[in-house]
Design a protein around this ligand. Structure first.
Ligand SMILES: Nc1ncnc2c1ncn2[C@@H]1O[C@H](COP(=O)(O)OP(=O)(O)OP(=O)(O)O)[C@@H](O)[C@H]1O
Length: 252
């Protein structure tokens, strides 16, 4: 039997009287690109927050390689191999690109708990080598020594991906990787996603349907907190319920 990889089983998430996620069961396969799409307010970000341990589910279970992850703190989930890059820029703006990635790489050695994250900052050479490798992979080596706040929006978003990659994850969760990007930056990001997909499992929340249709192997459509459909990009494009949800739901 194939072991389930990343799996949600009958998950609910309530915020007070709002049920943001309702009886959601979803299996995310290893080694593929899965896109989570849905109209505004459908629950996509909440789903990411559940997968990364920012929130615990109100009901149901979430497991990764057969082990429960719901109820674990975010740093333990990162340690297990699930990393996230953010929709909103999330780095130390006054540090250089290299220092930002090195800090994340260092957590591999010092542990992922927040209190360890910035300690022993210059102790090890390996994190520096990892950081250079990651920046090279992202084609950011030329701006390695530039302060993060001075980078272009596209470079900053790629730097965030680098910070997530530096912890050597098996699964990378990408929250709107092309948000706010120019057409050129979006094209570069699409290529980067395709390159990362060679050796990582990717889960992507993305509003740009052109990007989704090009990079995704599987798509899960969420509507009002529930799973509306899953399938290949072709299946989803021709799914009437999906079209209706988008027309009625005001998707961007
Ligand atoms: N921390 C929170 N507290 C209260 N309500 C929340 C919280 N986070 C999300 N919600 C509510 O849960 C529902 C789902 O929101 P969520 O942000 O997950 O949707 P989304 O699909 O990511 O939307 P978008 O595409 O606009 O980013 C919404 O009704 C939202 O208002």
């Amino acid at each position: 039997m194939v072991e389930p990889f990343l799996e949600l089983d009958s998950v609910d998430k309530d915020f007070g009287s709002i049920r943001a996620i309702h009886d959601l069961s979803l299996q995310i396969p290893a080694g593929e690109v899965t896109a989570i799409i849905g109209p505004n307010g459908a629950g996509k970000t909440t789903l990411f927050n559940l997968l990364t341990g920012k929130f615990g589910p109100t009901a149901g279970q979430i497991s990764f390689r057969g082990e429960r992850i719901d109820g674990r703190p975010p740093h333990e989930i990162v340690e297990m191999g699930l990393a996230r890059s953010y929709q909103i820029t999330n780095f130390f703006p006054e540090l250089t690109a290299l220092e930002n990635v090195r800090l994340a790489a260092q957590a591999r050695y010092s542990g992922f708990a927040p209190q360890n994250f910035v300690s022993h900052y210059t102790d090890l050479d390996e994190p520096l080598e990892i950081a250079y490798d990651v920046l090279q992979r992202l084609e950011l080596e030329s701006i390695a020594n530039e302060v993060a706040s001075t980078l272009s929006h596209g470079q900053q978003r790629h730097l965030e991906i680098g910070i997530a990659l530096a912890v050597a994850p098996d699964v990378l969760l990408m929250d709107e990787p092309t948000a706010g990007m120019s057409p050129d930056e979006t094209g570069e990001t699409k290529e980067l996603i395709q390159e990362l997909a060679d050796d990582l499992t990717l889960v992507i929340v993305e509003h740009d349907m052109e990007v989704v249709m090009e990079v995704a192997d599987n798509i899960a459509v969420i509507n009002r907190g529930s799973l509306l459909a899953t399938g290949s990009p072709q299946d989803i494009q021709s799914n009437e319920a999906v079209q209706k949800a988008y027309l009625g739901g005001g998707a961007r």
